[in-house]
Design a protein around this ligand. Structure first.
Ligand SMILES: [Zn+2]
Length: 338
């Protein structure tokens, strides 16, 4: 009799955290989602991760084989830590060691979008693809890339931190990471409201009568309400959505110029909810900014669980992928593939 074993995948985001219990085929048996609670100390985040894993594992704790974690970056992935993440106000958050100690299993960790790329390759939109990039447009902006069959990881696990590429050399807006002009400072769910305010500041006269003005006054302006206003035909909202789209086109074009993918899959709550409005200007303008052949661009098949599936895939493929530390994952993707 072969004893059944299980793995856990964890998705650590700035807004939400998820954990899933999966079997050895990667079929998710149970998953839970929770808001990420920013407490007084970094340890509160660590504790929340441990508690979330406990909830999905339940009575299967003795049959757990490994834990895979996809987390917002930047990472020091060999030490299993988050280092000054843009959207969580702590300098260092230790994740892998406390989880390994609590559950007595190996823990593997990747940047969330790198994990999502692994999920796309194992279970999703990019099966049979050797060159593709996963991009999330969410609270933040990030990416994961497979180039010539290799999952790109980088020296610290931050090979594809595309949200912090400069798209505005004048650096008009400041990013959550503290630097200026980054793609994420303009187009992420968290920062779009500030971009709207900046846009309106320059166009006071034309802004009169726009729904956005009232939203700002009532403190109700969010990326979601911006897209809603654009859908209702608000001229200024449509203009901002278009400008955000143009900046997204620049970001996507940079990705195409760097990685030359045959496919870009897009995930993240904001993109999943507003793909019609978000994709239109990207598809229209991307060719103006990259010299490379424009690839297929579409939403992920894995929906809001792309990172979670990636974390499960990471936990399922441990043989040969560790370098030194238990939580390190740094081999070419083909070593991980079945
Ligand atoms: Zn930044």
């Amino acid at each position: 009799v072969v004893e059944l074993r299980y793995v856990v995948g964890v998705d650590i985001g700035a807004t939400n955290m998820r954990a899933a219990l999966a079997d050895e085929k990667g079929i998710i048996l149970k998953d839970v989602k929770q808001r990420t609670i920013i407490g007084k100390s970094a340890e509160s985040i660590t504790r929340q991760v441990v508690e979330l894993i406990k909830r999905v594992v339940g009575e299967k704790a003795g049959k757990l084989k490994a834990v895979g974690i996809g987390s917002i970056g930047p990472l020091d992935f060999r030490r299993g830590k988050l280092i000054s993440p843009a959207n969580i106000p702590f300098k260092e958050i230790e994740i892998a060691r406390p989880v390994a100690e609590e559950f007595k299993v190996p823990v593997y960790m990747l940047n969330d979008c790198t994990a999502a790329a692994l999920g796309e390759k194992a279970f999703g939109t990019a099966r049979n693809r050797e060159n593709f990039v996963y991009i999330t447009l969410s609270t933040g902006i990030g990416g994961g890339a497979v180039v010539d069959g290799h999952l790109l990881i980088g020296k610290d696990g931050n090979a594809v931190e595309i949200g912090h590429m400069v798209v505005d050399f004048e650096g008009r807006l400041k990013c959550g990471c503290g630097r200026r002009g980054h793609w994420e400072a303009y187009c992420s769910g968290r920062n779009i409201p500030r971009f709207v305010e900046y846009w309106i500041e320059k166009r006071r006269k034309r802004a009169e009568g726009s729904m956005l003005i009232k939203m700002i006054k009532d403190k109700k302006l969010s990326s979601e309400s911006l897209f809603k206003a654009a859908r209702m035909g608000d001229k200024l909202a449509m203009e901002v959505v278009d400008e955000v789209g143009r900046l997204n086109a620049i970001g996507f074009a940079n990705v195409v110029s760097v990685y030359d993918p045959e496919l870009i899959t897009v995930g993240g709550g904001m993109a999943l909810d507003n793909w019609d409005l978000i994709s239109r200007p990207i598809l229209r303008d991307i060719g103006r900014y990259t010299i490379n052949r424009v690839p297929e661009i579409r939403l992920t098949d894995l929906g809001e669980k792309a990172v979670l599936y990636g974390a499960v895939a990471l936990a399922l493929k441990p043989p040969g992928l560790m370098r030194g530390d238990r939580w390190a994952c740094s081999r070419p993707y083909k070593d991980l593939a079945t």
